[in-house]
Structures are given as structure tokens and as C-alpha cells.
Design a protein around this ligand. Structure first.
Ligand code: HEM
Length: 266
């Protein structure tokens, strides 16, 4: 028997001896299969050591420090607002991806209004469950904005922004701004009257910035009045740039919470 065969024989024999359940057997079998090819166990152990090293240096969370695990603490429900924002974001992202199958960011003229507008009308009137998909997207977006705002109030009133969490507060400011950016760029996509005039206000706000106003209007809106370039920019911001940036920043934000632990109230 070769060494390799002996190894396999030993593993299988050990599994039989321990009388493992089929799930446990499947798990071990996959792990051994992967380990033989990619040394995954070494890497998992490395990760584990890193986890404990990082964790040792982090301050204790409120519940750890005061042993509050089994006591109800009246602020607790409000501590779910950050996760609630994340959940709303995931729902908006998934429903948005599905809406993307049916929408074209085109300001070209169609039979009824522009192509973009008539696609939205099609989603609402002709597409099976289209109205529901669009409603889920709009509602999750609005719930996310509200949840993020309330989450910020919770962080403020429990004093959780103080040292050592200043950076996460600043990151939060960026996140709430980008959340509003998501809302604004999405609002313009139906290219209806509401969208058009909200866009006009945006251009004028950009133009009111001293010195760089005209440059900002060109960059963000594609000119000083609204047109096809505006819609195209809003689309790319909404479905490409913002999703990448916001998803990464949320991941960093939550990773920092994981490293620092939840703050105790001040
Ligand atoms: C997309 C937006 C956001 C998401 C998804 C998010 C997510 C989270 C999550 C899941 C937590 C864990 C604790 C909790 O849920 O309360 C947290 C904590 C925190 N967030 Fe956010 N957040 C967002 C926006 C903000 C904003 C706008 C601010 C403030 C300007 C902020 C500042 C903080 C701080 C300082 C903590 C640490 C709190 C503590 O240790 O008690 N976050 N965030």
C-alpha cells in the first residue's frame, strides 16, 4: 500500500470508528479533499491565529465588560438599526438588479415620452409583478435612508462616536451622503417630470458652488441643462459606481465595528 493510499485508508477508518453522521462525514471528506490539493487547513489555522491576535488587542464590548448577556437593556432594539440598514440595502440591490433587466437609460423619444419613461410605464403596467418589483425597490431605498438616519441618531445619543470610534463616525458621514446620492440618482432615472425638475435643481445647486461650480455641473450632469448625458451619468452612478463604493464602505464600517466591539453608552 502506498503512503497516499494508507493515508486515505486511515481517514476512512477513523470516520467509520467515530460513527459520524452523513453531514459530518461530508464535511470532513470535503475538507480532506481540499486540504490535499490546496493546504486549506494551514490557511484556516493561520486565519484563526490572526483572529485571536487581533481580538486580544481590542477593547471589550459593553456586554463583555459588564457581563450584561442575560439582562435586557432598553437601548438594545436601537442597536439593530445598522443591521437593518444593511438588510434594506441588500433588498434594494437585489430588486435593483432585477429592474435593470427591463430598464434602458435612454432619453431618446419613444411613442409615449422618452424610452426611459416608457420602460418604467412598461414595468408598471405590462411586466408580470413589475409594479411589485419597482415598489420593493423604492420602499427598500426609502427604508434604508430612514434607518441610516435613525442609526446615526442612536450612535450620537449613546455617545458611540467618541474615541476610539471617530473614524467609523466619519465613515458613517460618507455613507449617509452616498445613501442620499443613491436616492437622488435613482430618482432621476424614470425621467418623468419629477425627475427632470429635480435634475434641474441639482444642476443649479452645482452651478452655485463658487469657482468650481461649472466644472462640477459638467462632470456630474453632463452640461448646464438636462439631456441624454445627464441620464447616462445618473445611470452609471446609480448602478455601477455607487454600488461598488457603498458595498465596500459598508463592509469596512462593519469590519471596524467587529474589531472595536460595540461601544458602551457614555
Ligand atoms: C449605509 C449606512 C450604514 C450602515 C449599513 C451601517 C451599519 C452599521 C452596523 C451594522 C453597526 C453595528 C451597530 C449597530 O447596528 O448599531 C454600525 C455601528 C456604527 N456606525 Fe454605522 N452604518 C451606517 C451609517 C452610519 C452613519 C451615517 C454613522 C454616523 C455618522 C455611523 C456610525 C457608526 C458608528 C460610530 C458605529 C459604532 C457604534 C458602536 O460601537 O456602538 N454609521 N453601523
Amino acid at each position: 500500500m502506498s503512503l497516499k493510499e494508507k493515508d486515505e485508508h486511515d481517514h476512512l477508518g477513523w470516520m467509520e470508528e467515530k460513527q459520524l453522521s452523513p453531514i459530518e462525514k461530508g464535511y470532513l471528506f470535503t475538507l480532506i479533499w481540499l486540504d490535499k490539493r490546496f493546504r486549506v487547513v494551514d490557511y484556516l489555522e493561520l486565519l484563526e491565529t490572526m483572529y485571536y491576535r487581533v481580538n486580544l488587542q481590542m477593547p471589550k464590548s459593553h456586554t463583555e465588560q459588564y457581563n450584561l448577556d442575560n439582562k435586557f437593556w432598553y437601548w438594545y432594539p436601537l442597536y439593530a438599526l445598522g443591521s437593518f440598514s444593511t438588510l434594506a440595502y441588500v433588498v434594494a440591490a437585489l430588486s435593483g438588479a432585477l429592474l435593470g433587466f427591463y430598464y434602458t437609460p435612454s432619453a431618446a423619444l419613444a411613442e409615449t415620452g422618452t424610452v426611459a419613461y416608457s420602460q418604467i410605464a412598461m414595468i408598471m403596467q405590462d411586466l408580470q409583478f413589475g409594479f411589485m418589483l419597482r415598489s420593493i425597490h423604492r420602499w427598500s431605498a426609502q427604508v434604508m435612508t430612514a434607518a441610516v438616519f435613525l442609526h446615526m441618531l442612536r450612535v450620537y445619543f449613546t455617545g458611540a462616536y467618541k474615541e476610539p470610534r471617530e473614524l467609523n463616525w466619519l465613515l458613517g458621514i460618507v455613507l449617509i451622503s452616498l445613501t442620499m446620492g443613491f436616492g437622488y440618482t435613482g430618482y432621476l432615472l424614470p425621467w418623468d417630470q419629477l425627475a427632470y425638475w429635480a435634475g434641474q435643481i441639482g444642476v443649479e445647486m452645482a452651478l452655485s458652488i463658487p469657482i468650481i461650480g461649472e466644472w462640477v455641473a459638467q462632470l456630474v450632469f453632463g452640461g448646464f441643462s438636462l439631456g441624454a448625458p445627464t441620464l447616462q451619468r445618473m445611470y452609471i452612478l446609480h448602478v455601477f459606481l455607487l454600488p461598488f463604493v457603498v458595498t465596500s464602505l459598508i463592509a469596512i464600517h462593519i469590519a471596524i465595528v467587529w474589531m472595536q466591539g460595540i461601544a458602551e453608552p457614555h
